[in-house]
Structures are given as C-alpha cells and as structure tokens.
Ligand binder design. Structure first.
Ligand SMILES: [Zn+2]
Ligand SMILES: [Zn+2]
Length: 251
C-alpha cells in the first residue's frame, strides 16, 4: 500500500464499511431481533427473539465515552479480555507503520463520528463482515463482527463457560471435591496449565488432590471408584488458578 494521508484513508474505510454493512444487514436482519447480548469470554455477540438466535464472533475495537468525549482503544483497555481484543492490536501496528497517531495512542479526546471511522478502519484491517454498536447510555462499545457462527457451534462454545459468583462468566474447569476446601491438599493436573492459555475446545482444565492421585494409581486410572472418590466439581478457571496458587504457589 502506498502512503496516503490519514483523512483520505479513514474516509475510504468508512465508505467500504457502509457498503459492507448494507450487505450484512440484507443477509442477517439483526435489527429484527428483540435482544442482544455479548460475552467477552466466549467472544460471541448474540441476537435473539425467544429461542431463535443469531451468533457472530466479534472483536471489540474500542469505547467512546459520551461523558468525557474520549476514545479508548480496546488494546489499551485492561478491562477487556484478550479473547475479544487480540486482533485489534493490528490497528496499532498499522498506525505505527504509516505514522497514523490516532491508531497508536491509546486514549484521547474524540467524537462519535470519529469512533465510527476507527471502527471502519478496523473492519478493513481485520476483514470484518460488519460492525455493531450496542445501544447504551454513556459508554458506547464499537465492535467488528468477523464471522457468523451457527447456533449449534455457538451452543457448544457457550457450554464451555460457567457463571461464577466471584468471577462472572469464565471458562469451566474441573476439580476434585477436596480442592474445593481451598487448602493445601496437592494439585495434580491432566496437563500443564497457565493462566489465559489458549485452550482447544476439546480440552478442559482438570485437577485433583494428592489423595485422589493415590486412589487413581491404585485403581490404575480413572474408573468408577476413583471418580467416586474424587467427586468432581465444576468451577471457573479463575477459581481453578486460585486453587493452584494455594497448592503450588503458582503465579
Ligand atoms: Zn481429591
Ligand atoms: Zn471463579
């Protein structure tokens, strides 16, 4: 790409997004749904009416505060989970390459119009299929939708997450009932884990205590008896790593 001035570039992106959005709206009637819901952990944006739902993978681009008239890029936002902002770092890199300061500064005075420009630039770089900005009072969240997700796949993804009273909505993890006491009881894992690691859908965090390990070895693995002794519980991944820390001084 040749060096072009920023206003021209931003304007081109905006025109592209408008065209893209028309195609998107024609394909998926998102305004025809009664509810919307997004989840940073799953990275899914869901539109629904009753049981009928429509899901997309999304990337959070940034937020515009109507109160302070400021823009904050998602890559600069510590409250945004990596799962929905990792791809947005491309914008910063692109900005650095072409000397577009607005793409490299994390937080600055801006306008809602400009927020759409940023979203349009993001849609181009990330190759989004459309953009969305949920209605809200003060803080406007700008998203780029990257792919349609069929209902069954979306359900399978959502099943991998649990609601935790302490940590909200997180990836599920399995532990033996003895670890629930949050005391030093030993911590055996099915594979080495670390926080925020990328986990394949078919993998699960699984840990058990020393006593469970003894029974497991006596029984030559997991069977009815060793499983009964372990009495496996479901917790969220944050709780899992808290238990790991208690036992192994991890982190
Ligand atoms: Zn145990
Ligand atoms: Zn938790």
């Amino acid at each position: 790409m040749n060096q072009i001035n920023y206003p021209e570039f931003a304007n081109d992106c905006l025109h592209d997004l408008i065209e893209k959005q028309d195609i998107f709206n024609a394909a998926y009637d998102i305004n025809g749904y009664e509810n919307w819901f997004y989840n940073q952990a799953t990275g899914l944006l869901t539109f629904s009416t009753g049981d009928d739902e429509l899901n997309f993978k999304y990337v959070e681009i940034g937020t515009f505060s109507k109160k302070s008239n400021t823009w904050k890029w998602s890559w600069d936002n510590e409250h945004t989970l990596p799962s929905v902002k990792d791809e947005a770092i491309q914008l910063k890199e692109f900005g650095a390459k072409y000397g577009y300061e607005k793409l490299t500064e994390g937080y600055f005075a801006s306008s809602e119009e400009e927020a759409w420009e940023f979203t349009a630039i993001a849609a181009k770089l990330i190759k989004g299929i459309g953009a969305y900005r949920p209605t809200s009072e003060q803080l406007l969240i700008f998203m780029v939708l990257t792919e349609f997700v069929d209902t069954e796949t979306a359900k399978n993804v959502k099943d991998l997450y649990v609601e935790c009273g302490k940590h909200e909505y997180r990836r599920r993890a399995f532990v033996c009932s003895h670890l629930m006491a949050r005391k030093k009881v030993g911590f055996e894992e099915s594979f080495d884990t670390y926080e925020n690691m990328e986990l394949h859908d078919e993998d699960d965090y699984q840990a058990w205590c020393n006593e469970c390990e003894v029974v497991r070895q006596q029984e030559d693995g997991w069977n009815e008896k060793s499983m009964e002794f372990a009495d496996i519980r479901v917790v969220c991944e944050q709780c899992y790593f808290e238990m790991k820390e208690i036992n192994l001084g991890y982190r």
